[in-house]
Each structure stands twice: as structure tokens, then as C-alpha cells.
Write a protein that binds this ligand. Structure first.
Ligand SMILES: C[S@@+](CC[C@H](N)C(=O)[O-])C[C@H]1O[C@@H](n2cnc3c(N)ncnc32)[C@H](O)[C@@H]1O
Length: 204
């Protein structure tokens, strides 16, 4: 079913009056795939883990509990989502275990090699420049670090009207090619026919 343009724009960055509702909606819709992604990511206790474009923050609690002696960094361009995360996980921010930063894939505000693990779920369609975003993720990950990229089925996004709204719709293999070009070794590329969110697994 085609979603109205304003709905797709909310998905691209929840904002304004509807931001809270969309954050809740995103968290409910993406809870299962987020849990699956964190499991595949396999962060360790001492790790620094990055969630790029965390939206409503559905993955943040699992990352915080996995990186119990480490740190979680959430980077998000939408100001309403950053404010919400700072309210909800104020305790973790106060303990220095959670950093919420303004940024985007194309310019990640972290030093080279600062993170052990990174996930970015349902965000790549909205990036202005996918090769630049993957190059940035390659820069901030340590050698041997793991990246999990979650993408919804292209057919589903097309049916929702993502193309018309000007966002990127691509099959997992196209993202895998872009990850390889950025220097990653891609270990898992799900088939384009998969009905659920596809998880691409890449190693720095
Ligand atoms: C559909 S939501 C997904 C949120 C969350 N990752 C999840 O799975 O529930 C897309 C998110 O990508 C963020 N986003 C948009 N453009 C981005 C960019 N260039 N870099 C990083 N994140 C971006 C949006 O602000 C929004 O929070």
C-alpha cells in the first residue's frame, strides 16, 4: 500500500508533533528485527557499539546491556529522536555509558577506529550518499570490527512509494557491492526474495 509522502518523510526522520508517535511506531514495528540484528552483531562486554540512525532507540537497551563494561554511541540526525533518547536513557548518559550525538552517515562525528561494532537498521534508503556513508563506517570501525546493515525488502519499499518520495530503493546485493567498494568483506548477503528485513553482515 502506498504511504502518503508525509508518512515516508516521518520515517526518514521523525519530527514535529508526530515525532513521539512515530518513534513508538518504529520501535514496535522493528523490535524483532532489531533483536535479531543485535544477536548477529554479537557485541562484547568491553565493546564500543554504534547505532547509526537509531530513531526511537529500539536497539539501544540491548546494546547497553551487551556492552556492560563498554560504551554505546547513538548517532541520529533527527533532533526529536536525540532528545527522546536523552530523556529515556538519561541514567546511561549520566554514567558515561551512552553518548547521543548529532550526525549522519555521511559525516560520522567519531575518531577513526573508535568502535568495535556498528549497526544501522532501516536507514540507508535515506542517506544522501551511500558510498560516503559506508566509507565513514569503515573509517570509524576498528580492523576486524563488525557492521550489520538492515534493509527492508525493495519491493515493499517501492510499494510504499519510497521511489516517488525520492528515497533510495536497492536490493541487498547493490548495498553489498557498495560495502565491498568501501573496503569491507561482506560475509552474509540475503537473497532479494526474502520477505523480512535483510541483514547484511560486513567485517572491516
Ligand atoms: C525508519 S527509521 C529507523 C530507525 C531505527 N534504526 C529502527 O530500526 O527502528 C530511519 C532513521 O534513519 C535516520 N536517518 C535519516 N537520514 C540519515 C542519515 N543520512 N544518516 C543516518 N541516519 C539517518 C532517521 O532520522 C531515522 O531515525
Amino acid at each position: 500500500m502506498v504511504a502518503p509522502n508525509w508518512v515516508v518523510r516521518q520515517l526518514a526522520g521523525p519530527h514535529g508533533l508526530f515525532a513521539r508517535g512515530f518513534a513508538r511506531l518504529l520501535n514496535a514495528a522493528n523490535a524483532a528485527e532489531s533483536a535479531r540484528a543485535v544477536q548477529v552483531l554479537a557485541p562484547e562486554r568491553h565493546h564500543t557499539a554504534l547505532d547509526l540512525g537509531f530513531g526511537g532507540g529500539v536497539a539501544l537497551p540491548a546494546l547497553l546491556s551487551a556492552c556492560a563494561d563498554g560504551r554505546v554511541v547513538g548517532i541520529e540526525p533527527a533532533i526529536a529522536m536525540r532528545a527522546r533518547a536523552l530523556r529515556r536513557w538519561a541514567w546511561a548518559a549520566a554514567e558515561g555509558r551512552l553518548s547521543i550525538l548529532d550526525g549522519a552517515a555521511e559525516a560520522i562525528p567519531l575518531a577513526g577506529g573508535e568502535v568495535h561494532r556498528a549497526i544501522t537498521m532501516n536507514t540507508v534508503y535515506f542517506w544522501r550518499d551511500v558510498p560516503a556513508g559506508f566509507a565513514e563506517l569503515h573509517r570509524v570501525l576498528r580492523p576486524g570490527g563488525r557492521l550489520v546493515v538492515g534493509v527492508a525488502p525493495a519491493a515493499h519499499l517501492r510499494a510504499m512509494g519510497f521511489d516517488e518520495a525520492g528515497y533510495r530503493v536497492a536490493e541487498p546485493e547493490a548495498y553489498a557491492a557498495s560495502l565491498r567498494a568501501a573496503g569491507f568483506s561482506v560475509t552474509e548477503v540475503p537473497p532479494p526474495t526474502q520477505a523480512e528485513c535483510a541483514l547484511l553482515v560486513a567485517t572491516r
